[in-house]
Design a protein. Structure first.
Length: 342
């Protein structure tokens, strides 16, 4: 008997819903973003994001069920992100999921947003026959708000090994794009420009923080600001070269620390997750290093790197197998820990 889970994601500026079968087969993937309303501000405005969540949520859920050709009665449960994220946005999705679960007498599942990102690796798109990642896995979750090194012993069993001490990698990319007056969001813009640039033309510092699994990216951002100030009168490299050098400083650190940890800990697989996992240079560096070190690597489909409901539904499936259901008074948490110890 197949298990269908409706996943709802609303932690930031995307309103998303998806139906996933057996934690693997994505039957629908509907995402509505309010990104265009934030561009003039150079970042997410929480009030705008939550208001748009209210506007988009019901049409997105309806479209996800229609695309999957799945009736509410066929669902096994409703999974929803209950943190971390913007509290206003989280509440909208959570209230919608609670209401849906109550109306149709379905179990409710609360999913940590970071957990959802790593489960994007369990979803297989058409013509993709790769097996699920092997466990235990060493997971790097890199996004606009997070940089976590996670030991995943088993489904639902996570241990945080390291995290960023300041800026997240996606945040550092957005700030660089703002300094360079390139627009928002910065990650895709920097990635595109960097493909045409020379990563060695402008050298930026790497904070490796020896002896820890932590990250730091505030220094590279400060270095870029200083470089732009010093070259304001002339001698500045092409923007493509600046983007390439800056991106290289971030992605090379992520890969270096990830695989040093993998060599030390010996996971069955290394897994990338989060919005920054869509970065072309990060994927190139990780694939090359995995081949060099002989460590299996799992990369999520690019379309599932950014926030989506399918990853929440996939994570929800494994909660359902454990009968790990939530009460209808489940709360949203802006800083929900992944392992209960943060």
């Amino acid at each position: 008997m197949r298990i269908f889970i409706l996943g709802i994601e609303s932690s930031c500026d995307e309103t998303a819903a998806s139906v996933v079968a057996d934690g693997r087969e994505m039957l629908s993937n509907i995402v509505s973003s309010s990104e265009q309303f934030h561009q003039e501000f150079g970042g997410i405005v929480p009030e705008i994001a939550s208001r748009k969540q209210l506007e988009y949520l019901l049409p997105v859920i309806t479209a996800a069920l229609d695309e999957a050709e799945t009736a509410p009665a066929e669902l096994a449960a409703v999974a929803v992100t209950n943190g971390p994220g913007l509290i206003g946005s989280l509440v909208v999705g959570l209230v919608g999921a609670k209401t849906f679960a109550d109306i149709y007498s379905l179990p409710l599942i609360g999913v940590n947003h970071l957990e959802g990102h790593l489960y994007a690796n369990w979803i297989r798109l058409p013509d993709d026959s790769r097996p699920h990642p092997a466990l235990p896995a060493l997971v790097l979750i890199a996004s606009g708000g997070h940089a976590h090194m996670v030991w995943m012993e088993d489904h639902g069993n996570y241990r945080i090994l390291g995290r960023t001490r300041d800026d997240a990698p996606g945040e550092a990319l957005d700030k660089a794009a703002r300094l360079l007056e390139l627009g928002y969001p910065g990650g895709p813009i920097i990635d595109k420009l960097a493909r045409e640039g020379n990563p060695r033309a402008v050298e930026f510092p790497r904070a490796l923080l020896p002896g820890t699994f932590d990250f730091s990216f505030s220094g590279v951002k400060t270095s870029l600001a200083n470089y732009l100030r010093k070259t304001a009168g002339g001698g500045r490299a092409a923007v493509e070269d600046i983007a390439a050098g800056y991106q290289e400083a971030i992605m090379s650190v992520l890969v270096e620390k990830l695989f040093l940890a993998a060599l030390e800990l010996g996971p069955a697989q290394v897994v990338l997750a989060g919005g920054v996992a869509a970065n072309s240079r990060l994927r190139e560096l990780a694939e090359a290093r995995a081949q060099k070190d002989g460590i299996p690597l799992s990369l999520p489909p690019r379309v599932l790197c950014t926030d989506n409901g399918a990853m929440i539904a996939a994570a929800g499936y494994f909660h359902a197998l454990r009968e790990d259901f939530a009460p209808l008074d489940l709360d949203a948490s802006a800083s929900l820990p992944l392992d209960g110890n943060e």
